[in-house]
Design a binder for this molecule. Structure first.
Ligand SMILES: [Zn+2]
Length: 252
């Protein structure tokens, strides 16, 4: 099995998106280790292709031309990785926020993945997906999946609700190793491994997101699993270790 990290681009976000417990934004108390670009946080936007030798499952699709022009480079990333789009038969979403779903349709209106036969959406977010007008022609094709569901012999879902109601981690196991493709568990890696209590303004439920983050960080650290994150600095794959007070990310 081969997993490829694909960089759709990046998005710059104001520091106020970071939330301390109690929904309190940072001001001058933002730790200096958090890098800023013109005063903004820079989040990489990544998708992941899982190739089991027969077909490719794509986890998330980037944002195409539906958000900032610093994103939408998934097609170039696929071509750089020499992944033929015709081999992508399954697309599964970690959740239905716009930087994860809009790559289904290219900026010119064509389908991003012409041979798509399975489009998997977290069941609690099926209605949210079907409310996205730009993706109307995919509304009826979307199949819901639930927690603890096996998508193939090697891929299983883990519910990590909070960032969004159906937020999902994909557990990929092969050859004795495990990778957790965990979506938006961490938005700002320079801060949230060390201080996993810090939440994100766009979390649908910050307290629940915090609890899910702690659970999946612990799972990864205690079992030596690899993790792959949609907003970890590209390529966004590595291991997690416990520290005295929190966690530490070791990039691959
Ligand atoms: Zn996201």
């Amino acid at each position: 099995m081969r997993v490829t990290s694909l960089r759709d681009g990046y998005v710059d976000m104001p520091v106020r998106r970071l939330r301390q417990p109690g929904d309190k934004p940072f001001g001058a108390d933002l730790p200096s280790r958090v890098p800023l670009f013109d005063g903004a946080l820079r989040l990489s936007v990544n998708a992941f292709a899982i190739d089991d030798g027969r077909e490719i499952t794509l986890i998330d699709t980037g944002s195409s031309n539906a958000w900032h022009p610093t994103m939408g480079f998934l097609p170039q990333a696929l071509s750089e990785a020499r992944i033929a789009i015709d081999r992508i038969r399954t697309v599964a979403f970690t959740h239905t926020h716009l930087d994860h779903i809009h790559g289904l349709i290219l900026p010119d209106g064509r389908d991003g993945f012409p041979q798509l036969s399975r489009l998997l959406v977290p069941r609690p977010e099926l209605d949210m997906f079907r409310a996205v007008a730009r993706l109307q022609r995919f509304h009826d094709r979307a199949q819901p999946f639930g927690a603890g569901q096996r998508l193939s012999t090697d891929i299983e879902t883990i519910a990590i609700p909070g960032h969004e109601v159906g937020h999902t981690c994909f557990r990929v196991a092969s050859g004795g190793e495990t990778l957790l493709i965990w979506g938006d568990t961490v938005h700002v890696p320079s801060l949230q491994f060390d201080r996993p209590e810090i939440a994100w303004e766009f979390d649908a439920d910050q307290a629940q997101a915090r609890a899910s983050r702690l659970r999946i960080l612990g799972l990864a650290a205690d079992n030596g699993h690899f993790v792959a994150g949609a907003h970890l600095d590209s390529p966004g794959v590595g291991r997690v270790h416990r520290t005295e007070t929190g966690f530490r990310f070791e990039p691959l």
